[in-house]
Design a protein around this ligand. Structure first.
Ligand code: FES
Ligand code: FES
Length: 182
């Protein structure tokens, strides 16, 4: 049975693309991403689920990929830090990190970006304390955290402002043509 599982490729949707992994089903997702798929954004810190450097999103939720066997990701969606920037343009969250100098040595940064992104995407608030708690599984030895929290606050505020502008603008898109269109 175990042999059968080894021979069968596991299909995982990584950064929107279906990828096949053929190898030991209990290989860590972190190693599959880095060694088999060439996505080296996720970093290994402790290897024990304590530091968050290896964080990726599994079906939109942050997980420590050093604790997730490849078989657990089969048929699911995985997003790594490589998914944030599009066509070499930084995402709004990455821009905020740059503006606030929220990355120093950078080892923790991919994991923190993904946890923070899941906060922003799920409509999280700009409350610094709530953001600190959400990010508490991601450790940083360099920044003292304040600049990281500032960057997330800034991104949340910008995204709420943008969605407000979109809501203010969009009703006009649906106004009936002059004369009521009848
Ligand atoms: S390397 Fe996975 S949590 Fe530290
Ligand atoms: S920037 Fe160095 S560990 Fe966070």
């Amino acid at each position: 049975m175990a042999r059968e599982a080894c021979d069968k490729a596991l299909v995982i949707t990584v950064n929107g693309r279906r990828r096949a992994y053929k190898g030991p089903p209990f290989k860590r997702l972190l190693d599959v991403l880095r060694e088999d798929f060439g996505l080296t954004g996720a970093k290994e810190g402790c290897g024990e689920g304590e530091c968050g450097a290896c964080t990726v999103l599994l079906d939109h939720a942050p997980v420590a990929s050093c604790l997730v066997p490849a078989s657990q990701a089969e048929g699911r969606r995985v997003d790594t830090v490589e998914s944030l920037a599009r066509s070499k343009a930084l995402s709004p969250l990455q821009k905020s990190f740059m503006e606030e100098a929220a990355s120093q040595c950078g080892i923790c940064t991919p994991g923190i970006l993904l946890t923070a992104w899941s906060w922003v995407k799920s409509g999280g608030s700009a409350d610094p304390q709530a953001i600190r708690e959400y990010l508490s599984g991601n450790l940083c030895r360099c920044t003292g955290y304040q600049s990281i929290v500032d960057a997330v606050v800034k991104t949340v505020r910008r995204s709420k402002k943008e969605s407000l502008i979109r809501r203010q603008v969009s009703p006009h898109d649906y106004l009936p043509p002059r004369g009521g269109g009848k």
